[in-house]
Design a protein around this ligand. Structure first.
Ligand SMILES: Cc1cc2nc3c(=O)[nH]c(=O)nc-3n(C[C@H](O)[C@H](O)[C@H](O)COP(=O)(O)OP(=O)(O)OC[C@H]3O[C@@H](n4cnc5c(N)ncnc54)[C@H](O)[C@@H]3O)c2cc1C
Length: 451
């Protein structure tokens, strides 16, 4: 019902006004930062190097007001201007999501003021206020000065706060604390109308949850208040290797459901064709007592192996207790099954979608191709293989959802969001009614009817 109202409105606008794509009026705006109309090629690509969409201009904002003024101006140009706006974090998307063809790209990393600020009082909730263009590695360094760290991570830390909060932000702590979007207390957001809004669980909650995991569709996150916890003094880091997939999954599910468990659990599936396990010998002492670890690395060459990476935080003054706890946990491996990535740690008010299952795994294919790669090492082959995996899941009715999804039709997005699609559309028409924001996600097209 709501969808058809929105369609009608955009149809009307399309037929009444000529479409224009010009940035000339933008350059008359009074900003603290500046527009660059020349040096634009670096934002016309991303980590994936598969898509190249040239914008008309890049905004290097020096203040939140720069972003608000610009978007407000574009909003008031109306739907007969084709100008769209993409916030660009560290550009680590792989399908052009942070690009804006013939539009405006906002370099969020230029927005580094006000400076990061840690709020810490013994016995009270600790957090850090950061600009959304800040890299997680810098957030870590700053919070460590106070003996604190964010609770939830990504594996790789050269990603921006705004970029990962627009997706989910997942790593081996997610089973315990939830993804990064579950560990944010407050956001400052510039909507698609150019309004600056503070939002949290209590203040403008719909906008807060819309933006978290919202693929940049509802507003540009300019600041975030990130939950912190005391940094571990020491970490026991353990890897165990399995040849049996069922044992591997049983153990993961057991570990993450145990009460006094590890602080980090992540599994890997690897083909031992690179001598990887021999390399591990230099950094890990073999443990005879752990059954799952007893395998011959040389005999396993060419075989598919399953590895669990686990970590326990501890205080060196209490190393004996930590050792004992680790021993107990390790001795329980291969036992009772339970759940992995419990759905309670995902907040279903956010825009992120997860499979409708009590137990689900996050499976990441970390393949990479060189431009010179041929045959099975070519990009084409890898993309094709990914597509076949998705088709297989569809054929077998495996309740799968893509993380960092990429669809080229709105029908694809509609089925991705499933029951959440109605809410997604409703939020879009409320916070970005002209579909100005994040065009690279290819969910909505400015000045074109939704279908
Ligand atoms: C090497 C590598 C390792 C990775 N590791 C992990 C991992 O361990 N865990 C994980 O969860 N993900 C991981 N990712 C995926 C990563 O989280 C996403 O690609 C993320 O979007 C990248 O952040 P970015 O700052 O580069 O965002 P960009 O690619 O610049 O932007 C991504 C999207 O978010 C929008 N956006 C950016 N900033 C803002 C903002 N401030 N407000 C609103 N919208 C915004 C953009 O318009 C775009 O649509 C990895 C990716 C790579 C390439």
């Amino acid at each position: 019902m709501f969808l058809s109202c929105f369609t009608a409105k955009l149809n009307l606008i399309c037929s009444d006004f000529p479409i224009t794509t010009s940035t000339s009026s933008l350059t008359t705006l009074h900003l603290d930062g500046y527009f660059d109309l020349e040096d634009i090629s670096h934002v016309a690509e991303d980590f994936g190097k598969q898509y190249q969409y040239y914008p008309l201009a890049v905004l290097h904002p020096s203040s939140v007001s720069d972003i608000a003024t610009t978007i407000n101006h574009i909003f008031h140009m109306g739907p007969y201007s084709e100008l769209t706006v993409a916030a660009r974090g560290h550009g680590h998307s792989t399908h052009g999501q942070s690009q804006a063809y013939n539009g405006l790209v906002i370099k969020m990393e230029s927005l580094s003021t006000p400076e990061m600020k840690v709020h810490y009082m013994a016995g009270k909730v600790s957090f850090i206020d950061v600009s959304s263009g800040e890299l997680w590695i810098n957030v870590l360094h700053e919070s460590l000065k106070y003996g604190l760290t964010p609770k939830s991570w990504t594996d790789y830390l050269y990603l921006t706060v705004g970029g990962t909060l627009s997706n989910a932000g997942i790593s081996g702590q997610a089973f315990k604390h939830g993804p990064q979007i579950s560990n944010v207390y407050q956001l400052e957001v510039v909507t698609g109308k150019g309004e600056v809004k503070l939002c949290s669980e209590k203040q403008n909650p719909d906008l807060f949850y819309a933006v978290l995991g919202g693929l940049g569709q509802f507003g540009i996150i300019t600041r975030a208040r990130i939950a912190l916890q005391p940094a571990p003094k020491m970490v026991k880091w353990i890897r165990v290797v399995y040849t049996d997939f069922l044992m591997f999954t049983k153990d993961q599910e057991h570990l993450i459901s145990s009460k006094n468990t590890f602080d980090y659990v992540e599994g890997f599936v690897v083909i031992n064709r690179t001598g990887i396990f021999n390399n591990w010998r230099s950094s890990f002492k073999p443990r005879d007592s752990v059954g799952a670890n007893q395998f011959n690395a040389d005999q396993s060459v060419g075989k598919t192996l399953f590895c669990l990476e686990i970590a326990k935080y501890f205080n060196p003054n209490k190393a004996d207790i930590a050792n004992e706890e680790v021993e107990i946990l390790l001795s329980q491996l291969n036992f009772s099954p339970s759940t992995l990535f419990l759905s309670e740690v995902w907040d279903n008010r956010t825009s992120a979608v997860i499979p409708d299952e009590e137990i689900f795994y996050i499976v990441a294919f970390l393949s990479s191709a060189l431009p010179s790669g041929k045959g099975i090492r070519s990009l084409e082959h890898m993309v094709n293989q990914n597509r076949r995996i998705l088709e297989f899941c569809q054929r077998r009715h495996i309740g799968m959802k893509q993380y960092l999804a990429h669809y080229t039709s709105q029908r694809g997005w509609q089925s991705h969001f499933g029951a959440q699609w109605k809410t997604f559309i409703k939020r879009k028409s409320c916070y970005d009614p002209l579909a100005i924001l994040a065009p690279g996600q290819k969910i909505f097209k400015k000045a074109t009817p939704l279908s």
